[in-house]
Ligand binder design. Structure first.
Ligand SMILES: O=C(CCC(O)(O)[C@H](Cc1ccccc1)NC(=O)c1ccccc1)N[C@@H](Cc1ccccc1)C(=O)O
Ligand SMILES: [Zn+2]
Length: 589
């Protein structure tokens, strides 16, 4: 009915006007807490959160009362009002909401301030100390000590709080009509309950490549650490992969490099010798986006971003990108270290900011990614281009480029150590969490379920025995205490290759996909921009079709990108007499 439609237009317009102010205030309070961890700032953040919850509840209930049936409305108003009807934690009464906020704020503070005291007395934080140790130490026992210390310091203290948090989170999701919080999170992908089946199918296509890489790396670790610590038919000890969670293996590339003497793939030495600082790294990233015809960062971005870890207070160092919902104030919070890994992370975070800027004129309910995986994929897509030896050479971070097969294998292996290694990790975090929210995994089985997924999906085993009644390893990975969903990264690692392939084609690239650098291509930028400016105003399948010409997630682009390496790994594993996979499931180092 025309009058219902015009009512809906007025209602959603009022919502966006009011929401911009409310969300600005709650975002700013959250920013102040994360960049200044203190009781005072936690209380101020929670007070603002109570106000924004009251706002969400007021509009949500009005939407349910005035528009019980949205099916007759135009698509834009229907999607906006359906979204406004979901209250989330605003469903909770004040006592429950305060407990929920104290639990989540406390768990994030525990994670962000945990330290490990080494045998020699050094007190190490995660960022930058333990991150650097896990990346650079090749001492089996030093790595084991740091790994054990971190998981005990960050995970164990929040095991009980996490159970309480789950109960309250589910209470809110059930009030919105979901079975549990896991189902609520999966609903963002608009796949009629098929998200898990879809990601399982994508993983089935990629698991053979992961298993070949795993076997090759296991062989190299065997050569380094010996048969006491590595079993060629068993999972790999979790602390030897260069990363606290074994989620990306790029930091042990030096142990696996196929052909030595070729130009390096790591720009860190050049960055450091050329006196790069955080600001120079951010400006380098901005320049790449602008070269595609995308937006510069705003003045507010440069004025308000936290570039490096402050020395005078505790902060949440885990990187993040912030939208203050006023079309100009966008910020990154990051404890930047001058190395290649952080240059890539800066592109990742800048990708979030670009998305914010491209959809800033959408109504508030549409200021999000087409799906959460798309938001994670923007920066990484550009980073695929930036990482090419050709591009690094162009910007003076690599002295010369060899055009030969061996140098190409070196490059593809270093990319696989970050991109292929990540896939089972990106899948397993929410496999674990969905099972916890659904009740399949009660507290008594938190650790056991985690270990089983680590072993089955990643082929990784803890370096020391785990105790299911006290250990809580999931709590030692940021996104669990920070309550940030994770399947988005698995989705991103698949779709970023589709976006990259499509932008490469638009740029007129000829030759192997992995050599494509679409730097300065306005055609590539236009392709990406058409998808970014939609925000979440259309289902992600529509946005996917905009940028790639097909509506589905597909692993074909990723498989094409790595195809020379896939053949090489199979050949190498055959030569080494290694059987990909891990059958000695009960082996321990
Ligand atoms: O966590 C991150 C990067 C941080 C972030 O940019 O994804 C950040 C996480 C976060 C922090 C606080 C609250 C919520 C989420 N996400 C954002 O800043 C963000 C999220 C959604 C929309 C816009 C920005 N990366 C993941 C996975 C990853 C991604 C890419 C390369 C390597 C690893 C990790 O480190 O395990
Ligand atoms: Zn991100």
């Amino acid at each position: 009915r025309a009058d219902l439609q015009s009512e809906a237009v007025a209602f959603t317009a009022n919502y966006s006007t009011d929401a911009a102010e409310v969300y600005y205030n709650s975002s700013l309070a959250a920013w102040n807490y994360q960049t200044g961890i203190s009781e005072e700032n936690l209380n101020a953040m929670n007070a603002e959160n109570v106000k924004s919850a009251a706002f969400t509840k007021m509009y949500g209930e009005q939407a349910k009362a005035e528009f019980p049936d949205t099916s007759k409305l135009e698509e834009s108003e229907r999607r906006q009002i359906d979204s406004i009807k979901i209250l989330g934690t605003a469903n909770l009464n004040e006592a429950d909401l305060n407990q929920y906020n104290d639990l989540t704020g406390g768990m994030e503070a525990t994670y962000s301030t945990a330290t490990v005291t080494m045998p020699d007395g050094r007190v190490l934080n995660l960022d930058p100390d333990l991150t650097a140790l896990m990346a650079t130490s090749r001492d089996y026992n030093e790595l084991k000590y740091a790994w054990k210390g971190w998981y005990e310091a960050a995970g164990r203290p929040i095991r009980d709080d996490y159970e309480s948090f789950v109960t309250l989170s589910n209470k809110a999701s059930v009030a919105d009509g979901f079975a549990d919080t896991g189902e609520y999170w999966r609903s963002w992908y608009e796949m009629n309950g098929q998200l898990e089946a879809t990601v399982d199918a994508l993983w089935a296509e990629l698991q053979p490549l992961y298993t070949e890489l795993h076997a090759y790396v296991r062989r190299k670790l065997y050569e380094k650490y010996g048969s006491n610590y590595i079993n060629l038919k068993a999972p790999i000890p979790a602390h030897l992969l260069g990363n606290m969670w074994a989620q990306q293996w790029g930091n042990i590339y030096d142990l696996v490099e196929p052909y030595s003497g070729k130009t390096g793939v790591d720009a860190t030495p050049a960055m450091q010798s050329q006196g790069y600082d955080a600001m120079k790294m951010f400006k380098t990233s901005e320049e790449f986006f602008v070269s595609l015809g995308l937006d510069k960062m705003t003045d507010e971005f440069w004025a308000n971003t936290m570039f490096v870890k402050p020395t005078d207070r505790d902060v949440v160092c885990h990187a993040s990108a912030w939208d203050f919902y006023n079309k100009v104030d966008f910020r990154i919070k990051m404890c930047t270290v001058v190395n290649m890994e952080d240059l890539i992370t800066i592109h990742h975070e800048m990708g979030h900011i670009q998305y914010y800027q491209q959809y800033k004129d959408q109504p508030i309910p549409f200021r999000g990614g087409a799906n959460p995986g798309f938001h994670e994929a923007v920066g990484d897509t550009l980073a695929l281009s930036v990482s090419t030896p050709k591009h690094l050479n162009k910007i003076g971070l690599l002295d010369e480029v060899e055009e030969d097969d061996e140098a190409d294998i070196n490059y593809l292996l270093s990319q696989a150590m970050d991109k292929i290694a990540f896939l089972p990790f990106g899948l397993m975090i929410d496999k674990w969490r969905w099972s916890v929210f659904s009740g399949d995994t009660p507290k008594a089985k938190y650790q056991e379920k985690w270990d089983q997924l680590r072993k089955d999906l990643q082929g990784i085993t803890p370096p020391v025995e785990r105790d299911g009644t006290t250990d809580f390893d999931p709590g030692a990975k940021y996104h669990v205490p920070a309550n940030t969903p994770y399947i988005r990264y698995f989705v991103s690692f698949v779709v970023q290759f589709q976006f990259y392939q499509s932008m490469c084609n638009a740029s007129g690239h000829q030759g192997p996909l992995y050599k494509c650098d679409f730097y300065q291509s306005k055609e590539a930028g236009a392709k990406l921009q058409k998808m970014l400016e939609l925000g979440s105003s259309k289902p992600w399948q529509f946005a996917m079709n905009e940028i790639t010409g097909s509506a589905d997630m597909s692993t074909l682009a990723l498989q094409e990108y790595f195809s020379p390496l896939t053949a090489w790994l199979k050949q190498k594993n055959l030569e080494n007499g290694d059987t990909p996979g891990w059958t000695d499931m009960d082996w321990r180092p």
